[in-house]
Write a protein that binds this ligand. Structure first.
Ligand SMILES: Nc1ncnc2c1ncn2[C@@H]1O[C@H](COP(=O)(O)OP(=O)(O)OP(=O)(O)O)[C@@H](O)[C@H]1O
Length: 241
């Protein structure tokens, strides 16, 4: 399992000013970091950069001290991304989406089938396995993407607003599953607008216009999804999550 170290990261797209500036954060195995901030603050950009989809303009990202490469290398390093737009192939079934990802990841067919069944069931989608993604509801699609991300058993799990279309019960299920991933030893980075979901994470990195402005580095006592949030904050820009 690997520690993610983001050190003085500045990131920019081809056009426009930097979207992230001087962001520093560490996520250790077994911990969950919430990345919060208003729409456009840079949450997805941070996750994309950790995923290897966007190269840092300045600063570094490393896994256990090993520099992160491009997306292919990040995949080989065990970095799993559940993207905001879910990234599913709509012309495949829910089961095929999960299974194909596992086969591409080097799992044998029997193992891929077993994990697919297990992970879809964990997300309450046992009955949707043979249904085309384009026929699923938005929330079911989101849960399928999470099932795929969990099935890959990454060392690092990047979950980009994966509870945005879910009802309270499903949201709680997903947060429990993300916690299980952390308990398995993964470093979990979870971008969210939801203060309750952020509060059940071990630390919180808050982005304002691409700068890390507020960081909570300790869990919120007794935090539960669905209850009012009472997140603590500090002024440090480094979270040892
Ligand atoms: N592919 C892109 N090319 C150019 N600019 C982009 C691209 N993707 C995002 N941006 C810009 O980067 C900034 C940060 O966007 P990002 O998607 O990271 O924010 P976010 O915090 O995830 O927002 P949201 O909560 O709405 O998903 C925004 O100003 C956005 O317009």
């Amino acid at each position: 399992m690997r520690t993610v170290s983001v050190n003085r990261l500045t990131a920019a797209y081809d056009v426009g000013p930097p979207v992230l500036q001087d962001v520093t954060v560490t996520v250790e195995p077994g911990r969950m970091l919430a990345v919060t901030g208003r729409s456009g603050a840079g949450k997805s950009t941070l996750l994309s950069t950790i995923a290897g989809l966007l190269r840092p303009a300045e600063g570094t990202i490393s896994l256990d001290g090993e520099p992160l490469g491009d997306r292919d290398r990040a995949v080989a390093q065990g970095v799993v991304l559940v993207p905001q737009d879910n990234g599913l192939a709509t012309f495949l079934t829910a089961g095929e989406n999960v299974e194909v990802a596992l086969l591409a990841n080097g799992r044998g067919p029997a193992d891929a089938r077993r994990l697919t069944v297990e992970c879809l069931a964990a997300l309450g989608l046992a009955g949707q396995r043979d249904q085309l993604v384009e026929e699923l509801s938005g929330g079911q699609q989101q849960r399928t993407a999470i099932a795929r991300g969990l099935a890959l058993r990454g060392d690092v799990l990047l979950a980009d607003e994966v509870t945005s279309e879910l009802d309270a019960v499903s949201r709680q299920t997903v947060m429990d599953l993300l916690r299980k991933e952390a308990d398995r030893g993964a470093a979990v980075v979870f971008a969210t607008h939801d203060p309750d979901a952020a509060a059940v994470c071990d630390a919180e990195l808050h982005l304002v216009d691409g700068r890390a402005e507020i960081v909570r580095s300790e869990p919120v006592p007794d935090a539960t999804v669905g209850r009012p949030n009472s997140s603590a904050t500090s002024t440090s820009t480094t979270a040892r999550a």
